[in-house]
Design a protein around this ligand. Structure first.
Ligand code: BT5
Length: 327
């Protein structure tokens, strides 16, 4: 069974790298040392994996390179990172990528290991909220990190991820991305990404952190439930064109790795600076809901720990460490 998978992978690579658009069954069977019937069976398997393969009796097989599926093979090919996403588990459907990543991390999965899904049945937000996760259009991924930092600094990692996502969006969209403290990325004031950070730790040591990222890439308006239609959006809705999820996630992993390394080496200051550049709410009047209480004031920015600074009516500047901000 394992060999079969390998032969299918090899056929995909041969079709991708072929100088001629078509490769005959005979050429494939010779290159791989298997029968033409075996090749035919593999082609069937490969089609079942979502690859668009055209078969011509006279010319052979041709892979449509413009219509490649979103899967482990494509995400792994030409990935430029050194550890983030180097090893991944890909699921067509999953409960929540964060839950699976947590289980894998508890069983020793290494730093950088990523879980990716095409759809989630139980996509999670903070405080038990739901993350809408339809199939075929978006990115749902959770990356395992094992930073050697005190658990009190873990919330900063959400901001590290937010900068990496905002930067990635800026590379793919001509609309500016804005961060909303602590874990949203917005375009045109509508949510396009949510980040869910979960941690397993002891008093003074982190076992692992899971960075869960949901990006609405090619979701279209009618796919959003009614209550989200006016507060959520996607890159496609904003930019008009379809974006390759493979290209996006590869760039996201690279940006996440770069910012994470910078954070570990240089501390929070460069992250704070980059985050502040995306913080368009600075100077605006906001409300912050936190466990039944509401604070109101002018959003000033974030401090050296990543807490939100809110200038209240009295002139006092409050440090907010968790909550939901609304304009
Ligand atoms: C978040 O929570 O924004 C964190 C979302 C994290 C999702 C990723 S997907 C991969 C990984 N696996 C998971 O199971 N989760 C992570 P919060 O700030 O609590 O916001 C949740 C709120 O966002 C909901 O109550 C809705 O109002 C809104 N929402 C839900 N689905 C959305 C979507 N697809 N796009 C935009 N907004 C959405």
């Amino acid at each position: 069974m394992k060999n079969e998978g390998n032969t299918s992978d090899k056929i995909i690579q041969l079709l991708k790298n072929s100088k001629h658009p078509y490769l005959s069954g005979q050429t494939l069977s010779k290159s791989l040392g298997v029968s033409r019937t075996a090749i035919w069976k593999h082609i069937k398997t490969i089609k079942g994996m979502g690859y668009a393969i055209e078969a011509s009796p006279a010319l052979g097989y041709r892979l449509n390179l413009q219509d490649l599926p979103f899967n482990k093979i494509e995400i792994s090919s030409n990935l430029k990172t050194s550890f983030v996403g180097r090893d991944i588990s890909f699921y067509k459907e999953i409960g929540s990528t964060n839950d699976t990543a947590k289980e894998l991390a508890a069983h020793g999965a290494e730093q950088g290991f990523a879980v990716v899904a095409d759809s989630q049945k139980k996509g999670k937000g903070r405080l038990g909220r739901r993350w809408e996760s339809p199939e075929g259009v978006n990115i749902y991924t959770s990356v395992i990190l094992r930073p050697d930092i005190s658990p009190v600094f873990a919330p900063q990692l959400t901001l590290v991820a937010a900068v990496a996502v905002a930067e990635t969006i800026s590379q793919f969209s001509n609309k500016p991305a804005a961060v909303k403290w602590p874990n949203d990325i917005l375009i045109n004031s509508k949510k396009v990404t949510g980040i869910l950070t979960e941690m397993s730790s002891e008093m003074d040591r982190i076992n692992f952190v899971i960075i869960g990222i949901g990006v609405n890439v090619n979701m279209i308006k009618r796919m959003f439930p009614e209550e989200l239609k006016h507060i959520a959006t996607s890159l496609k809705e904003e930019g008009g064109k379809e974006i390759s999820r493979t290209d996006f996630i590869q760039t996201l992993y690279l940006n996440l790795e770069t910012w994470y390394k910078r954070y570990l080496k240089d501390g929070f200051a460069p992250v704070r600076k980059a985050w502040t550049d995306y913080f368009t709410m600075a100077g605006k009047r906001v409300k912050v809901q936190q466990q039944g209480k509401t604070a109101e004031g002018i959003a000033v920015g974030i401090d050296n720990d990543g807490a939100l600074l809110l200038r209240e009516k009295s002139g006092n500047v409050a440090r907010i460490i968790s909550g939901d901000v609304t304009a």
